[in-house]
Design a protein. Sequence first.
Length: 373
Amino acid sequence: MQTIDLELLKELTGIQNEPCISLYMTTHKVHPASASDSISFKNLYKKTLHYIQEHKLSKHETLLKPLEKLIEDKSFWDNGSHGLAIFISTDDTKIIRLPEEVQEISCVANAFCIKPLFKMYNENQNYYLLALGLDSVKLYTGDKHQIEELEIEGKLPLSMKEALGDQLTDNHFHASVVEGAGLHGYMEKSQEEDIDMDRFFRKIDKGILEHFDIPSKTPLLLAALPEHHTDFVRISKNPNLGPVQIPINPHSLSHSELLKKVQEVMGEALDKRKKELLERQQLATQENLSSTEITDIVRDAIDGKVDVLCIENGKSIKGALDVDNRAIGEDDNLNTDVINELVRTVFNFGGDVVVLDQEEMPTTDGIFTINRY
């Protein structure tokens, strides 16, 4: 299953001004529900073909026709997921199995319908997870739906004992015994433990930096006992180590329990980001740097002013962007959606796109912006 990541979004939004077809549908992972998926696709295919033929879009029909063979491809439908997206252009056909159910969409246009992917992108951030214990170290990579353990042997020490070897303090005493004298040169046990811990954590941190090329915007999460968090964060030089941490003993959890815990903390972090976004929008409104009027948003998007475009999940506005006149136009022959074109335009200008559910939106318009200037 392909992750909805920044690279994919850039690839899809970069294709424009050429015939494109975008299809979305819900699918099922197991029998007997998955048995109906090929029938649903057949109906979606016929619906799309009818629209193309009705509007005499011969170039789009040439793109669509090869997909007919999927209808009878039993092996394809037997290996399903929760959703399916298909993107067809003159250069390529990209079939993506989605981790979530989606609304059925048949879009025949001159760019891809990518709007539904942004909610998954917002909510399904990739991450690395360091499960850190004194007797066990593991490193994972994952997203909202899955987590995979990475091979670290030879790259990271698997325990404090392996990391420090003979240098690991046994009894925390440094002394020589002289006849007639007691122990001297005593060092507190807690001090010895702190020194060992620091040296161990530094080896872990250095190993991750040297052997794992974590992308700049991918966070490194830390799952460890609460008392180890402060020390590791203090020592770490890893720029990916973020504020979202998991104060647990990670090795007391099963694989599925660990994923569930990650989902909880990532969900809390997402809620926090949404709250901060709404607070930022209120301040931007006071400074005339936020708009809810679609005509203003269209002009600002075309001019590259929009820093954040926030849209309501499922919201659409029939029409197209008239770039020359900085306004909303129409194209009667194509399935164009103003919101989708705004998403593509803002994203290509380097802005962020955030999708909120209806109950989360602060306005009844279902769309707002935060502008750069």
